[in-house]
Design a protein around this ligand. Structure first.
Ligand code: COA
Ligand code: ZN
Length: 308
């Protein structure tokens, strides 16, 4: 049997939070349906954040009941929460997993959460404690793990120390996040190899942005260490409003192509993802699509049969 890899689709959250247009609730639900139709089973469709901070996510509670129902598919929904209030809203909306955010520097935490690094760490610990009591799973994102958008490169020991602290607090999983796409494959290995030795690869996610074109190489470095869980965003949609210079996440279709062509099973059909990408492009009024889609289109234009 093929080795399985999990691709967690974060386009509806990380992708849409940074767009100049606010996409309507029904249009978001249609994108979610198309994603699930293409085989996506892990989705982060919402964040429960201040509507003043991120108006694009203000419809989180309204969108939730419109999302595809499980109906035996094995869907895994996550909601991002910035604080205890967001956690309570996500729990009440029925999310079985929440994504917490802990940035590596004071400045980034301050801009993103209005908290110092120490306050954000304590806030994550409190959310994890509450979630454990409620039976809600937690994934803590170590944001800016490779570099801070404000303060520049961070030493590898910093994301490592924060990861250890979050596991000690009881976080089920940790995501190593290159929020601004500033890392490289060597750093990925330097940060993650000792952590994987201590905690096991199955407890880690990797969250990549393709700002400087190294996302695929970094995904490979993580894969080589045994990581099998990755975030990605349809069409490469994305960014972070509080991380200047952050462009889109690694495109779901490109990551799926990388994983499948290396013999892993993602359960996602690239051809079927095209509908979701087209819907997102229409909803955001911008061209979207990973490199593999450009290649497919060029082949089709020449009348070639494509097998992926
Ligand atoms: N969801 C909805 N509203 C929230 C909220 C949440 N999670 N947390 C706080 N609020 C509301 C409060 O109720 C309060 O409302 P009021 O003005 O009507 O009384 C207001 O926001 C201010 O609350 P406060 O606790 O002082 O928050 P803040 O102004 O210090 O902002 C955050 C802190 C975390 C809420 C805000 O910075 C935020 O939402 N950041 C999200 C960042 C993000 O999503 N980044 C991208 C993903 S990493
Ligand atoms: Zn991101």
């Amino acid at each position: 049997m093929k080795d399985r890899a999990i691709v967690n689709e974060v386009g509806l959250r990380d992708g849409l939070q940074n767009q100049p247009v606010t996409v309507g609730t029904e249009a978001k639900a249609a994108i979610a349906r198309a994603l699930v139709g293409a085989g996506v089973r892990y989705l982060e469709p919402v964040s429960f954040v201040s509507p003043k901070a991120i108006p694009q996510m203000a419809d989180a509670a309204a969108l939730t009941p419109l999302l595809p129902r499980d109906e035996g598919l094995g869907l895994h929904y996550t909601a991002l929460v910035p604080n205890l209030k967001g956690y309570q809203l996500a729990r009440d909306a029925g999310y079985p997993t929440v994504a917490l955010v802990l940035s590596t520097t004071d400045t980034f935490n301050q801009r993103n959460l209005n908290m110092s690094l120490e306050q954000a760490t304590a806030s994550c610990e409190a959310i994890i404690q509450a979630a454990r009591a409620d039976g809600v799973a937690t994934r803590t994102y170590i944001s800016g793990a490779f570099a801070c958008p404000y303060d520049g490169p961070v030493p590898v020991t910093l994301p490592q120390r924060l990861t250890e602290r979050m596991f000690e607090a009881g976080s089920d999983e940790v995501a190593i996040a290159d929020t601004i796409g500033a890392g490289n494959p060597r750093q990925m290995k330097d940060i993650m190899a000792p952590l994987i030795r201590d905690f096991g690869a199955e407890r880690f996610y990797v969250h990549l942005h393709d700002t400087r074109g190294l996302a695929a190489a970094m995904a490979w470095a993580a894969l080589d260490l045994g990581v099998r869980r990755f975030d990605a965003s349809l069409g490469g949609l994305g960014g972070c409003p509080f991380a200047p210079g952050a462009t889109g996440n690694v495109a779901t279709e490109d990551l799926v192509y990388l994983l499948e062509s290396c013999g892993l099973d993602t359960g996602i059909e690239i051809q079927a993802l095209r509908e979701a990408v087209a819907l997102a492009a229409e909803a955001t009024d911008r061209p979207l699509g990973g490199r593999i889609l450009t290649w497919i289109e060029s082949q089709e234009a020449r009348g070639k049969q494509i097998t992926l």
